[in-house]
Design a protein around this ligand. Structure first.
Ligand code: SF4
Length: 218
């Protein structure tokens, strides 16, 4: 990336950080996924000292490689909410257990320049955890998730993130996989079921955000 691009995005991230802080989120900026991992372990994990950690699906979170490290940490109860060795019923049990974890990790579908988070879930375990349950929440958000306002957030999610998310699941049957646009479907596998807008973190600092100066996730 050219120097001017780095400066452009750094300035934008700083502005969004300020707005998020006004809204009581605790915010860090990382230059890349690797730095996001270091910030997480030094400023969040080491401070919060969680005994249990759960997570919600996020391609950005996967990029940081944090989950691999936590999975091997014998000092915590790592609640593997997407353990492929478990059947669907037991995976759901894990996702319920994660709602009472000390720390829950995931991403966000969009963040507005006013410092609001916008998320759309299929199952709902991710938006539930962001809203209530886990003692603390850490979100990993790439710069490509920044949008000017709530309307743009909804548009981004429905016209880009959700169809792309459907496309990455080979067994999912939704019309957007063919049209590359939302058809407001009635598919039993519809991904778009529950919207959550998080205007502020309550209590202050419960939700921690690492903004990453890279395009990451959908
Ligand atoms: S509502 Fe259906 S068609 Fe629209 S993005 Fe979601 S899954 Fe795809």
């Amino acid at each position: 990336m050219e120097e001017y691009e780095i400066t452009f995005w750094r300035n934008k991230l700083e502005k969004v950080k300020k707005q998020l802080e006004i809204n009581n989120f605790e915010v860090y900026i990382a230059d890349n996924a690797e730095e996001a991992k270091s910030i997480f372990f030094e400023k969040i994990f080491a401070v919060e000292k969680p005994l249990s950690v759960g997570w919600g699906d996020s391609m950005t979170l996967h990029k940081t490689l944090i989950l691999e490290e936590l999975r091997n940490n014998k000092e915590i109860n790592f609640i593997d909410t997407f353990d492929k060795s478990l059947d669907w019923k037991d995976q759901i049990k894990k996702r319920k257990e994660a709602l009472t974890s000390d720390l829950f990790l995931t991403g966000s579908n969009a963040v507005t320049e006013k410092g609001q988070l916008v998320n759309l879930d299929m199952v709902g375990n991710r938006v539930a955890a962001i809203t209530f349950g886990p003692r603390k929440v850490a979100l990993f958000i790439g710069r490509n998730k920044i949008v000017p306002n709530l309307d743009e957030a909804v548009s981004r999610i429905k016209n880009l993130a959700a169809p792309l998310n459907a496309a990455r699941h080979p067994n999912m049957v939704t019309p957007c996989k063919k049209t590359s646009a939302c058809m407001d479907c009635t598919s039993p596998q519809r991904l778009c079921n529950t919207w959550v807008i998080t205007e502020k973190s309550f209590p202050k600092g419960r939700i921690k955000i690492i903004l990453i100066n890279e395009d990451l996730g959908l």
